[in-house]
Design a binder for this molecule. Structure first.
Ligand code: UDP
Length: 453
């Protein structure tokens, strides 16, 4: 979802403001999820969406990482993609072929058909800089990043302790590492990379990147203007509940589309939120499968509320509101009663929080989220991060402590709120007529217009 949502928003901008016609081609491994369908069903008619025939990944080990599965799905979809591209090219003049960050194998097709490949990079520029340097880091450093004696200092980037580098890059023997390296090495084949970030967030690394090749276009923040799934928007009644809460009093808690806590961690979070005494709206998901008692019935295993402490719903009634699985995030973040966001730091969630002016508690789980957390806390100053204990568990007292910092009236919370407000203004100004992201966007759009005329 974190790749699909900003990509479709980019497509909408190209259609609505620049008269392009867009064909969105998606590899699949099965029927689309509800959330995915709700995004695709709401695309304007000027965007044609083609779901490629599903490819089979049954031969992959159960523990194959997401990056591996996505990359293999892409490679196996290439024959279907070739057929679709042939069809598009026979009826339209193609200005550009915009590829996802894990889709670089499609560059070969771009070459075959003589069309120009671009990448849409849905993460930030610090992560892009890491990937653009990955090949040389791979050659110069044979150990695991987590064992680096000093934080990694790449040109223009926030120094990153080795332990915070994305988990799939921590094990050089894992296929996911090899796939990311494979893609990163091919980024230089792109004509340009559109990055979902903006200058107020990452001025120094953008300055460095914009002096190199390929051309970098910071076009963000591209966020969804309305929540995914208008139809089942407020099925839970959470927006109505928010309407009745005091201004900026509610902490929104969500771990994105793939964020699952262990059972033990979920319990600590439940108690931590409760004892903080603050209002909260929590999108509750079932705990990670490996931590669920296998003897439970299917119904129990798929009901997230089943895993909450005994009597929890009654105790939090009035101050807490729980939504199972998926909530209308944009509306929640935009709501005046929401005062902060406890987030897994997916880049879209991060941008959405900034655009809506809500400070954050960082709780990174997977992909590049730890790097995002470091940036938000150490560099940008819009977030606070709880400290895990020696076993990696974030205890209830610690959770309560950071919730009180963020939502309470103290100086630290105020400074996070002030900084977030400033960034919110910056985010609005960069996409205005003379704003840096708009200028960058128009630059690439002009190029594409010339190529298609
Ligand atoms: N999202 C949502 N409701 C939810 C969880 C997520 O609408 O309950 C949306 C969220 O607004 C964001 C996207 O799904 O646009 C998640 O993207 P992100 O990059 O934050 O994380 P990912 O889920 O891809 O790790």
């Amino acid at each position: 979802m974190g790749h699909l949502i900003p990509l479709t928003e980019l497509a909408k901008q190209l259609v609505h403001h620049h008269n392009f016609s867009i064909t969105l081609i998606l590899p699949t491994i099965g029927p689309p999820s509800m959330a995915m369908k709700s995004v695709l069903d709401r695309l304007p008619e000027t965007i044609t969406c083609i779901l490629l025939s599903p490819v089979n990944l049954d031969d992959q080990p159960k523990d194959a990482k997401g990056e591996t599965r996505i990359s293999i799905a892409m490679v196996r979809s290439l024959p279907y993609l070739r057929e679709e591209l042939k069809r598009v090219i026979s009826s339209k003049r193609v200005a550009a072929f915009v590829i996802d960050l894990f889709g670089t194998d499609a560059f070969d097709l771009a070459k075959e058909f003589g069309i120009r490949p671009y990448i849409f990079f849905p993460c930030n520029a610090n992560v892009l800089q890491l990937l653009l340097n990955l090949s040389s880091l791979h050659q110069s450093y044979s150990g695991a990043f987590k064992d680096l004696p000093q934080p990694l200092c790449l040109p223009g980037c926030v120094p990153i302790p080795g332990t915070e580098i994305l988990p799939p890059l921590q094990d050089k023997k894992d296929d996911a590492y090899m796939w990311i390296l494979h893609h990163a090495r091919r980024y230089s084949l792109a004509e340009g990379i559109l990055v979902n970030t903006f200058v107020d967030l990452e001025s120094s690394v953008l300055e460095v990147l914009q002096q190199g090749i390929p051309t970098i276009y910071p076009v963000g923040p591209i966020t969804s203007s309305s929540s995914i799934g208008k139809g089942f928007d407020d099925a839970s009644g959470c927006l109505q509940w928010l309407d009745n809460q005091p201004l900026e009093s509610v902490l929104y808690v969500s771990f994105g589309s793939f964020g699952f806590l262990s059972y033990e961690q979920m319990i600590e979070l439940a108690y931590g939120l409760e004892i903080s005494g603050q209002r909260f709206l929590w999108v509750v998901k079932c705990p990670a499968a490996a931590t669920i008692d296998a003897s439970l019935s299917k119904q129990m295993r798929t009901d997230p509320f089943h895993f909450l402490p005994d009597g929890y719903l009654n105790r939090i009634h009035g101050s807490g509101f729980l939504v199972p699985s998926w909530a209308p995030q944009i509306q929640i973040l935009n709501h005046g009663s929401t005062g902060g966001f406890l987030s897994h730091c997916g880049w879209n969630s991060t941008l959405e929080s900034i655009v809506c002016g809500k400070p954050m508690i960082t709780w990174p789980l997977y992909a590049e989220q730890r790097m995002n957390a470091v940036m938000l806390v150490e560099d940008i100053g819009v977030a606070v991060r709880p400290k895990p204990d020696e076993n990696g568990l974030i205890g209830r007292e610690e959770i309560s402590r950071v919730v009180k910092i963020l939502m309470g009236g103290g100086g630290e919370g105020k400074s996070l709120r002030d900084k977030t407000r400033q960034l919110k203004e910056g985010a609005a100004s960069v996409v205005s007529e003379d704003g840096s992201s708009n200028i960058s966007f128009l630059e690439v759009v002009d190029k594409w217009k010339q190529l298609s005329s």
